[in-house]
Design a protein around this ligand. Structure first.
Ligand SMILES: [Zn+2]
Length: 384
């Protein structure tokens, strides 16, 4: 048992700053109060206590080819099955994959992340490799698998269904790459089977303008429209919405993830984040392919803060931005499977303590803190 005392806690879903002590026992917050003190006392001298990060979207498998293919287009880089990424994954040995994934997970742990939602390639075996790689690391991977039977113009729906069921037995959900690679029938099967199993169905949508135009030309509906219509529980990117796409999303039950640094690296645009937030959508922030970006959420937060001002000439509220990396998932329907906690009594202790440089705790984290400024990281698997 220990007490983090003399810190500024970002409490609850809304990250309300309060000067209180937190008592932690056996991975759980058992008390928060101004006078609370039990066990070992850790005086953090005015530091900020922030809920741990969730990285809302990542492909940890391509940790094996960091910075390769820089300057190529989106499809040359990541489109299955011939993109740079997929050729490298096909050539890599299991040991290479495991070592590369381990190193990325440690980078996440050391920069305050306790949860990440991964699009895992390689079918059942791909899911198993990540599970094995994460065994001894204090982080929770939420693994979304896929299978090669999903692809093509005439997939065998019987085989697709069997593959989905097999993956769902060991994974947290299913995530094909995009609507360009699968038929409507496969999309429907994925989302309905995931819903039935209480798991996550996720897909990339509107990452590039070209994807959106292709979808409109071929199906008279945008990729975002397709994602909502097919009831995917999580839509990733939303970089190039059309007409009423955002309004549609606002009324849907889909969780949204944006990845500004990955979009910038691939020259595909900037998601209209201020408009997304103004519509009441609670997006998550993701660092996307490790081949493109380090999986460090501090870097994503600062980049996002600044790029929004550059592109839209208006500010994004730093509190809303920090919620995208911490608590926006809490209370959302897919959090049942993710199980991410806010800082509050009786919740799991999942937070980090960082040096305070300014009087604005949100800008302190989004604009100033670096990994080396983390004083303590607390989660279920780490105790002091
Ligand atoms: Zn992605």
């Amino acid at each position: 048992m220990f007490t983090i005392s003399n810190g500024i806690i970002l409490k609850g879903n809304n990250l309300v700053p309060t000067k209180e002590n937190i008592v932690v026992d056996d991975g759980k917050i058992i008390e928060i109060g101004k006078e609370s003190k039990e066990g070992k006392i850790i005086d953090v001298d005015g530091a900020i206590v922030c809920p741990s990060f969730i990285n809302g979207h990542i492909h940890i498998g391509d940790s094996i080819i960091k910075d390769e293919g820089y300057g190529l287009s989106l499809s040359e880089m990541v489109k299955p099955p011939n993109g740079v990424k997929h050729r490298a994954l096909a050539d890599a040995s299991d040991d290479e994959m495991i070592e590369a994934m381990k190193s990325s997970m440690w980078e996440m742990v050391n920069s305050g992340t306790t949860h990440f939602i991964d699009y895992r390639e390689g079918g059942i075996k791909g899911v198993e490799l990540l599970k094995k790689a994460s065994e001894d690391i204090p982080i929770k991977p939420i693994i979304l698998g896929r299978d090669n039977s999903f692809y093509g113009d005439n997939p065998d729906l019987g085989k697709v269904k069997i593959a989905i069921r097999k993956i769902l037995k060991i994974a947290d959900g299913i995530a094909p790459s995009g609507f360009g690679e699968i038929t409507d029938e496969v999309a429907q099967l994925i989302s309905s089977q995931c819903a039935k199993a209480g798991k996550i169905s996720s897909i990339h949508v509107a990452e590039s303008e070209a994807n959106q135009i292709e979808s409109l030309n071929n199906f008279r509906i945008s990729e975002i429209g397709k994602g909502v219509k097919n009831n995917f529980s999580q839509l990733v990117h939303i970089t190039n919405p059309k007409a009423n796409d955002l309004e549609l999303l606002g009324k849907s039950n889909s969780n949204v993830v944006v990845c500004p640094r990955a979009n910038a690296t691939l020259n595909v645009g900037v998601a209209p984040l201020k408009k997304i937030i103004d519509l009441g959508i609670k997006p998550l922030l993701g660092t996307d392919n490790v081949m493109l970006n380090s999986p460090n959420m501090f870097r994503e937060l600062e980049f996002t803060l600044k790029i929004m001002s550059v592109c839209y000439k208006s500010y994004i509220n730093p509190l809303e931005l920090l919620k995208m990396a911490t608590t926006n998932i809490c209370g959302f329907n897919i959090n049942d499977i993710i199980q991410k906690s806010v800082i509050d009594t009786d919740n799991s202790a999942e937070f980090f303590v960082v040096k305070s440089f300014s009087k604005n705790p949100y800008l302190n984290i989004c604009n100033r803190v670096e990994t080396k400024n983390i004083l303590y990281t607390i989660n279920k698997k780490i105790d002091i």
